[in-house]
Design a protein around this ligand. Structure first.
Ligand code: ITT
Length: 196
């Protein structure tokens, strides 16, 4: 079965491909011209469904099965920020590094070196049969010193519960089994199996 990914984030594409080896996974930009999707929902779920629906409609193919991922990190000491605004925490057009450094700066502004935090992923599935959305979470802490080059986004400052290294330092095989995205995709696979 072919799954069309409604994302422009290369880190997500890499991880979702690695976690869904039983499927042919194709980023939508390989099928149609990529376009801007206004993510104006107020929850991860709403934004995942917005992305999945926008791409499903644009593909104009009733048989398509589209997967979208809306995700982010919530830092306890920052009142849950950046949350659904994780991709633009450092401002419009901010890079992953800018976003991560903004979290570091906000921790330092509060005299903190670390804080409890968690990642959330909402995975939406959309096809002719309708839409579904499932979630996954990964708990841990953020630190004020980026470590490692692995993963993407906030991974160099995130230490998962039960580990000492950041996701930037840990082998990606480990992230693949414990991440918010992995948990959500496990549920998504149950839905996909019943659709196939
Ligand atoms: P698409 O909307 O095209 O999928 P995006 O990067 O804009 O790409 P989101 O709106 O879902 O995606 O924002 C998610 C942000 O949260 C992303 O930019 C990362 O900075 C962060 N993030 C999500 N999952 C992550 C992970 O597994 N590791 C590190 N950072 C992550």
């Amino acid at each position: 079965m072919k799954l069309v990914l409604a994302t422009s984030n290369k880190g997500k594409v890499r991880e979702i491909k690695a976690m869904c080896r039983a499927y042919e996974v194709v980023p939508y930009s390989e099928l149609i011209e990529p376009f801007e999707i206004i993510e104006d929902g107020t929850t991860f779920k709403a934004n995942a469904l917005i992305k999945a629906q926008a791409v499903y409609r644009a593909l104009n193919d009733l048989d398509a099965l589209v997967i979208a991922d809306d995700s982010g990190i919530s830092v306890d000491a920052l009142g849950g920020a950046p949350g659904i605004y994780s991709a633009r925490y450092g401002g419009v057009g901010a890079s992953d590094r800018d976003n991560l450094l903004k979290v570091v700066a906000e921790l330092q502004a509060r005299g903190l070196r670390s804080s409890k935090a968690h990642y959330t992923a909402a995975i939406a599935i959309m096809g002719a049969m309708g839409s579904f959305c499932v979630h996954g979470w990964m708990h841990g802490e953020v630190i004020d010193t980026p470590r490692g080059e692995g993963g993407f986004g906030y991974d160099p400052i995130f230490i998962p519960q039960g580990y000492k290294q950041t996701l930037g330092e840990l082998d990606e095989e480990i992230k693949k089994t414990i991440s918010h995205r992995a948990q959500a995709l496990e549920l998504a696979r149950l839905i996909l199996r019943t659709l196939a």
